[in-house]
Write a protein that binds this ligand. Structure first.
Ligand code: HEC
Length: 495
């Protein structure tokens, strides 16, 4: 494949500037000195000091430039995946590795893990500076939490000590089910604390994969079904995987039983990113859920013969509803409800209009909020408002006949995860607002909508400096979020 020319990145302004105006001033001062009545040795002494001051000034401004340049390169290109506080590097203990090792990774990337190659985008010196920025970063100083300064709400930590809580659900009695990406499912009760639930299937914990979403059946109180999504490893040990959903019941000793497979994404691939997945039930107990395009944007999202890059709809027992849009197409996967998606990690029904809302991680500068309609094509990767992570373009089109426009897109990308409409009256003025977590900028976004347009956006929980992974409305009508590093479940209450 022929790559388009690399983008224009701002030239590194970090070179010492011995430019003409600097030299002219220097020469003028020396000529003035010659005319003065100073002794030769005093003149020499003066010139040396002058030169030294000039040299220091150049170097000071140079190091200031380096810091701000590398930081802005980092914030713009890397923070979306590695965190504004470089949290992900802390988890990988990158600061213990050599600058050469990190530079190599930045240069050539690691496609199967989802790390783009930046060798074409940045110069050798910029890549080295990025590596030094990662190894020198003061992780502890830059990660302190404070209490809320927002006058409208307070927050409290309900569950602490988690790693990466990917999702959580409330049981009718107020106890909680918590999924951590590392493959641990827990039962949390205020009186007994956390209990690990046994009986999960094999999970592919790698990259963005692991234990993912949780949903209780709308009639959980009578039927006991819990829906669990995760990244599954291909059975024949091929090193491949994709997204799967099971449903199961929970017994007294906190073990899953009656496990049934509801869905298995295919084909499985080696990639360890873009699994999706979020699940939501409609009023007829049908399950809608997302499967990301598994990092194969050119093969999957526009073809209907595979499950990847799609929103799906199934009956609660895993059977295909006979009014699904593509059931009569012999070459299409019957569960497909809409297609042309990248990596959707937010699904929720609007409490007033009843429409299904979705958001998805776009490429750089192309995260989208969409309203999902049966059989629609959302255009990935034919149309997009974003560009490749490396800055290169993959399409010139932002719209096309037969493809849906997002109701909103984010530039820069916020890396959205989790989505909920607030349908309770507990918070003054927040009713029917949309809430979306930002992994990249580490806040919960409150969105006010009018006629399906975004009219106001506010950042909540910024002071936590934590990636917001999931947001839900509890049975008590309060907003809860799951955050990472440190992993917690947080309750938001009006002041
Ligand atoms: C699309 C997401 C994404 C973006 C954007 C991204 N990375 Fe990565 N990066 C990854 C993933 C995934 C890994 C592998 C992490 C793992 O092994 O779990 C990784 C690994 C790395 C590593 C190796 C860390 C180690 O300890 O081995 C370095 C260094 C790195 N990235 C630097 C960067 C820099 C610098 C940028 C910006 C110029 C960047 N990354 C942008 C996803 C990303």
């Amino acid at each position: 494949m022929i790559l388009p020319p690399p983008p224009q990145i701002p030239q590194n302004t970090a070179q010492p500037k011995f430019d003409s105006s600097f030299l002219r001033t220097f020469v003028i001062i020396i000529l003035q000195l010659k005319k003065s009545k100073m002794t030769k040795s005093k003149q020499l002494y003066f010139i040396i000091i002058l030169f030294f001051i000039g040299f220091m000034a150049c170097n000071l401004s140079r190091s200031a430039n380096v810091t701000s340049d590398v930081q802005s390169i980092y914030d713009e290109n890397c923070a979306g995946c590695h965190g504004t506080q470089l949290q992900y590097f802390k988890r990988l203990k990158s600061y213990e590795k050599s600058v050469a090792t990190l530079s190599k990774m930045i240069e050539v990337g690691e496609e199967n893990l989802g790390m783009p190659a930046y060798g074409q985008t940045f110069s050798e010196s910029e890549i080295r500076q990025l590596s030094e920025y990662i190894t020198d970063f003061d992780y502890d100083k830059n990660h302190q939490t404070t209490t809320s300064t927002n006058p409208n709400y307070i927050y409290e930590i309900v569950v602490d000590g988690l790693e990466i809580p990917w999702s959580f659900e409330f049981f009718p009695n107020g106890d909680m089910l918590i999924a951590e990406r590392k493959g641990v499912l827990s039962y949390f009760s205020k009186t007994d604390g956390m209990t690990t639930i046994s009986g999960l299937p094999a999970i592919r914990v790698e990259g963005q994969g692991g234990l993912l979403d949780l949903k209780l059946h709308p009639n959980y109180a009578t039927n006991g079904w819990i829906y669990i999504s995760y990244a599954y490893p291909d059975a024949n040990d091929s090193g491949k995987g994709n997204t799967a959903i099971i449903r199961a019941k929970l017994n007294e000793s906190k073990a899953l039983y009656a496990v049934e497979e509801i869905y298995k994404g295919s084909p499985a691939t080696e990639k360890s990113h873009h699994y999706g997945n979020r699940m939501v039930f409609d009023g007829q107990n049908r399950l809608y859920f997302s499967n990301g395009e598994r990092g194969n944007r050119d093969d999957f999202p526009q073809a209907l013969d595979n499950t990847n890059g799609k929103i799906h709809r199934l009956n609660d027992d895993g059977s295909v509803p006979q009014d699904n849009p593509f059931v009569n197409d012999a070459n299409a996967v019957g569960s497909i409800y809409s297609y042309g998606h990248r990596n959707p990690q937010g699904l929720a029904f609007h409490p007033v209009t009843g429409e299904l809302w979705e958001h998805e991680h776009g490429p750089k500068g192309g995260d989208e909020i969409n309203i999902i309609g049966a059989g629609n094509n959302y255009g990935w990767p034919i149309i997009s408002y974003g560009v490749n992570y490396s800055g290169t373009k993959f399409t010139d089109m932002t719209e096309k006949e037969g493809m849906e426009q997002p109701i909103h897109y984010y530039k820069p990308s916020i890396a959205p995860c989790g989505m909920a409409f607030l349908d309770s009256d507990i918070y003054p003025d927040w009713k029917n607002n949309l809430f979306i977590g930002s992994l990249r900028f580490e806040y919960l976004e409150r969105i006010v909508l009018k006629d399906n347009q975004v009219v106001y956006q506010e950042k909540l929980l910024e002071e936590l400096k934590s990636r917001v992974r999931d947001v839900r409305v509890g049975n008590d009508g309060y907003l809860y979020v799951a955050v990472e590093n440190p992993g917690r479940i947080i309750k938001i209450s009006p002041k």
